[in-house]
Write a protein that binds this ligand. Structure first.
Ligand SMILES: CSC[C@H]1O[C@H](OP(=O)(O)O)[C@H](O)[C@@H]1O
Length: 352
C-alpha cells in the first residue's frame, strides 16, 4: 500500500470550462452515450442548465453559478462594484432560484456579491478572478479530502457509493468518489459498488462512466439491492457526498441516502459523508429546515426516453433526503475528519 495518488490518471475529467467569454458545460443529461458540451453565453442560460441538470452536483452548480455572475456582469455598465451589484442582482436571484437544496449555489453567489461590493473600477476582473478561485479551491479541497477520507479505510475494503460525487459533480476529482479514487490508488479499496440511483441514474450513467475513465471496474447494483449487499459483508463503508451539511451534522444528499444509512447502521457498515466546507451550512440548525427539491414526476415514468411506467399513474419525486447525524460515522471535509458528528463537533470545526 502507498499514499501516492496519480492525479494524471484519476483527475482528468472537467465538467466546466470557461473560455474567456462563455461557459461550456459537459452535458450530463447525455452521458455516458454522448460527450457533448453546452455553451452558455449569459447568466440565464447557466440558470437553465443548472435547473435542467446539464450541470449538477453541489460544488459544480456553485462553480457554474459563479461563472454565471461573470456573464451577467457583461450585460451591464457600472463604475464600481456597488453599482454593478445593484444592476445584476435580478440575474443573481434567477441563478439562486435554479435549485434549492445544495447550499453551494447560494454560498457561491454570496461570495461573488461580497467581492463585488468591495470592488472599484476593475470589478469585472475581480469577479472573474473570484469565480476562478472558487473552482481552483474546490479542486484542491477534493484532492485533500480524498487523502483524508481514504486514510480511514482499512486495506482490503469493499465500498458502496450512491449517486455521482465525482469530477462531474465538482471542479474535478470528486468528493466521495475522490475518497474512493484515493482509496483505490493507495491499495486500500479492493471493490467498488455503485448504486444506479434512480430515477436520474447518476450512478449507472455517471459514476460508472467516470470510474471506467480511471480504469476502475465498479460493480453496478440496483438501489434496492443495497441492504442485501451489506448483509453479505462485502462492503465495510458506504461513502456518499452531500448537498447541505447542517450545524448539527444532519446531511441532505441524493434520495436514497437516508435508507442506506439506516441499513449500514443495522449491518455494522460504517457511513462516511465527504464534502467540501462550502457544503457546510452552519446557519441551518438541523435537517428539518432543509428545503428538499421535488422534480417533475415524469422523471419516474421513463428512462432514456423509453416509458417504463404504466399510463395514468401519479408519482412523487423528491430528489434529496436527510440523513440524521446519529447515523453518520464520519464527515470528511478538506479541513479534517469529524467522527460521530454532532453540533458540538461541527461548531468546534466550523464555528458559527
Ligand atoms: C459532490 S455533490 C454531489 C451530490 O449532488 C447530487 O445531486 P444532483 O445529482 O441532483 O445534483 C447528489 O446529491 C450528490 O451526492
Amino acid at each position: 500500500m502507498n499514499d501516492a495518488i496519480d492525479f494524471d490518471r484519476y483527475d482528468r475529467i472537467r465538467p466546466i470550462r470557461w473560455t474567456g467569454d462563455a461557459l461550456e458545460l459537459l452535458d450530463q443529461r447525455k452521458l455516458p452515450f454522448a460527450v457533448e458540451y453546452v455553451r452558455c453565453d449569459d447568466s440565464d442560460a447557466v440558470a437553465a442548465a443548472i435547473h435542467a441538470l446539464t450541470v449538477r452536483g453541489a460544488p459544480a452548480i456553485g462553480i457554474a453559478a459563479a461563472w454565471g455572475v461573470v456573464l451577467a456582469a457583461r450585460e451591464v455598465e457600472a463604475g464600481n462594484g456597488v453599482e454593478a451589484l445593484a444592476a445584476i442582482e435580478p440575474a443573481l436571484q434567477r441563478l439562486n432560484a435554479a435549485r434549492p437544496t445544495a447550499v453551494n449555489l447560494a454560498w457561491a453567489l454570496a461570495r461573488m456579491r461580497r467581492v463585488l461590493a468591495g470592488a472599484g473600477g476593475d470589478w469585472r476582473e475581480v469577479l472573474a478572478r473570484e469565480a476562478q478561485a472558487i473552482a481552483d479551491e474546490d479542486l484542491a479541497a477534493n484532492r485533500r479530502m480524498g487523502a483524508l477520507g481514504a486514510a480511514l479505510i482499512e486495506p482490503g475494503s469493499g465500498v458502496l457509493t450512491h449517486c455521482n460525487t465525482g469530477s462531474l459533480a465538482t471542479a474535478g476529482f470528486g468528493t466521495a468518489l475522490g475518497v474512493i479514487r484515493a482509496g483505490v490508488a493507495q491499495g486500500r479499496i479492493d471493490a467498488v459498488f455503485a448504486g444506479e440511483t434512480r430515477p436520474w441514474l447518476q450512478g449507472a450513467r455517471l459514476t460508472v462512466w467516470e470510474l471506467e475513465q480511471d480504469g476502475i471496474a465498479p460493480t453496478l447494483i440496483a438501489d434496492s439491492a443495497a441492504s442485501h449487499l451489506m448483509k453479505t459483508g462485502k462492503v465495510r463503508w458506504v461513502i456518499v457526498g452531500a448537498d447541505r451539511i447542517c450545524a448539527n451534522g444532519d446531511t441532505a444528499n441524493k434520495i436514497g441516502t437516508y435508507q442506506l444509512a439506516i441499513a449500514a447502521r443495522h449491518h455494522g457498515v460504517r457511513f462516511m459523508v465527504a464534502a467540501p466546507s462550502s457544503t457546510v451550512d452552519m446557519d441551518t440548525l438541523s435537517g428539518d429546515a432543509i428545503e428538499i427539491e421535488e422534480r417533475d414526476p415524469g422523471e419516474l415514468f421513463a428512462v432514456g426516453g423509453t416509458r417504463t411506467a404504466a399510463e395514468r399513474v401519479g408519482a412523487w419525486n423528491p430528489v434529496f433526503d436527510v440523513t440524521p447525524h446519529e447515523l453518520i460515522d464520519a464527515i470528511v471535509t478538506e479541513r479534517g475528519v469529524i467522527e460521530r458528528p454532532d453540533e458540538a463537533a461541527m461548531r468546534a470545526a466550523f464555528g458559527g
